[in-house]
Design a protein around this ligand. Sequence first.
Ligand SMILES: Cc1cc2nc3c(=O)[nH]c(=O)nc-3n(C[C@H](O)[C@H](O)[C@H](O)COP(=O)(O)O)c2cc1C
Length: 157
Amino acid sequence: MKVLIVYDSQTGNTGLMAEAVAQGVRDSDIEVVLKTVDEASIDELPQVQGVIFGSPVYYGLPTGKIKAWIDETVKYHGKLTHLVGGAFCSAGGTHTGSETTILALLQACLVHGMIVQGSPHGSHYGVASVGSPDEKEVENCKKLGARVAELIKKLVP
Ligand SMILES: Cc1cc2nc3c(=O)[nH]c(=O)nc-3n(C[C@H](O)[C@H](O)[C@H](O)COP(=O)(O)O)c2cc1C
C-alpha cells in the first residue's frame, strides 16, 4: 500500500508541510512517495491507494502548476475511485484563501470519485499553515497523513 504526495512550493513552506504529512503516513506503516509537482508523474496514480495534494495559496486557489497536473489526470478518469484523497496548503495570512484552496483540491478528488475523509477535531478539510508550519501545524500535517493511511488500511483488505 502506497500514498503519493504531490506538492508545489516556491519558497519551501508547503514543502515542510509535505514532509510532515509524509511522516504521518510512514508512522502508520504505509509507504509514501513524496514528490514535487515537477517530479511527480500522473502515471504513478494507478500504483497508489492514496494521493495527497499540497499547494501554496495563490489568489485563493492552488497554483497553476498543481491545477495543470490535476488536469493531466483526466487520462485516468473513472479509474481512481478507490483512492483516498487529501489536501493541505500554506498561505500568506489567515482567512486569505486557505480553505478555498484546500476545497478546490478536494473538489478535484471528488470529481475523480475518490474517498475524502474530513476531521471533526479542527482542520476539518485539511491542514492550512500561515507561512512556514509551526509545531502545531506540523503535528496537524502528521495527523492528516495518518488519517489517510488509516482509512486506506480500512478500505484495502
Ligand atoms: C502569486 C502569489 C499569489 C499569492 N496569493 C495568496 C493569497 O491569495 N492568499 C494568501 O494568503 N497568500 C497568498 N500568497 C502567499 C503564499 O501563499 C505564501 O507565501 C505561501 O506560504 C507560499 O508557500 P511556499 O513557500 O510553499 O511557496 C501568494 C503568493 C504568490 C507568489
